[in-house]
Design a binder for this molecule. Structure first.
Ligand code: PGA
Length: 308
């Protein structure tokens, strides 16, 4: 065995004299270093696997304030009937909180995960109408959407609120989906980058690298949500790449390359393939099209077919 310090100060261990073909993954030679698997590039350079994009697609349905109990459970049954394995794709549905229990029960044993649309940061107490992270965990939730533009615009949630909730969600072992995105006026004023960078910087303040790596981001241009106007793949990719660049500065390249960044805003079966094929788009947060299996499943299937 040979040990050495590689890029970003990671300590690497590889078998002495071990060789692979260019581009092939070096098999783990020591279980304690399994996360530090190396890849040999065509130039025979050793590159930490984490510095290369090895992100899993993540497609989540945000049902918002739609469907009733029977229609929620019926939708889940339709999804489960047709989705037996999800390959390289994580899939989740986020029903209204009052149906989390029924939807969670219906999903048991399936490949589809459960997510909530919002949470309150406090552990418990006199907060009438609110729901805690522990309650969401109790109901089998894995994900929580935070700072959706509707919560920001209609309920006045700020980046500081999102940050407080984010800390609580991570502490509870749930996976946050933090939404950011500019309005039409902000895009037209040429301030998309400033707005999105500002939202990321303030919403993600104080996170450790480990916490950041466990956080999902969803870039959702407000002008594309529920309007039928999708950002072009190039417009979306430009912002996604810039968010990753920002994360490199706020954390490091390894964290930036491991964070899953979903796109959201009128994602449909007919635009999913092109959007998801962009190098920095790792999934979709789907609103309207997630309310029917025939419009949601083709988005999941589009992701399953893409090899990056
Ligand atoms: P939409 O909503 O797909 O209906 O545009 C997306 C979202 O708000 O998450």
């Amino acid at each position: 065995m040979v040990s050495f310090t590689g890029l970003s100060g990671f300590k690497w261990t590889v078998a002495n004299g071990f060789r692979t073909n260019p581009g092939q993954t070096c098999p783990p030679v020591d279980n304690s270093h399994i996360s530090n698997i190396l890849l040999f590039t065509t130039n025979s350079l050793l590159v930490p696997r984490k510095l290369l994009a090895v992100r899993k697609f993540f497609i989540a349905g945000n049902w918002k304030m739609n469907l009733l109990r029977d229609s929620s459970v019926a939708l889940v049954h339709q999804l489960m009937d047709q989705l037996h394995s999800s390959g390289n794709v994580d899939v989740a549905v986020c029903p209204p909180s009052v149906y989390l229990h029924d939807v969670g029960a219906a999903l048991r044993g399936s490949v589809i995960h459960l997510g909530a649309q919002n949470v309150y940061h406090a552990a418990e107490g006199a907060f009438t109408g609110e729901i805690s992270c522990a309650m969401l965990r109790d109901l089998g939730c894995k994900y929580v959407i935070l700072g959706h533009s509707e919560r920001r615009a209609i309920f006045g949630e700020t980046d500081a609120d999102v940050n407080t909730k984010l800390q609580a969600v991570l502490k509870a072992g749930l996976t946050p989906i933090v939404c950011i995105g500019e309005t039409l006026a902000q895009r037209e004023a040429g301030s998309t980058q400033t707005v999105v960078r500002g939202q990321c910087t303030h919403s993600l303040a104080g996170l450790t690298s480990d916490q950041m790596a466990k956080t999902v981001l969803a870039y959702e241009p407000v002008w594309a949500i529920g309007t039928g106007k999708t950002a072009t793949p190039a417009q979306a990719e430009e912002v996604h790449a810039d968010i990753r660049e920002l994360l490199k500065g706020l954390f490091d390249a390894s964290v930036a390359n491991s964070v899953v960044i979903q796109y959201g805003g009128s994602v449909k079966a007919d635009n999913a393939n092109e959007l998801l094929s962009q190098p920095n788009i790792d999934g979709a947060l789907v609103g309207g099209a997630s309310l029917k299996s025939e419009s949601f499943l083709p988005i999941v299937q589009a992701a399953m077919k893409i090899k990056k």
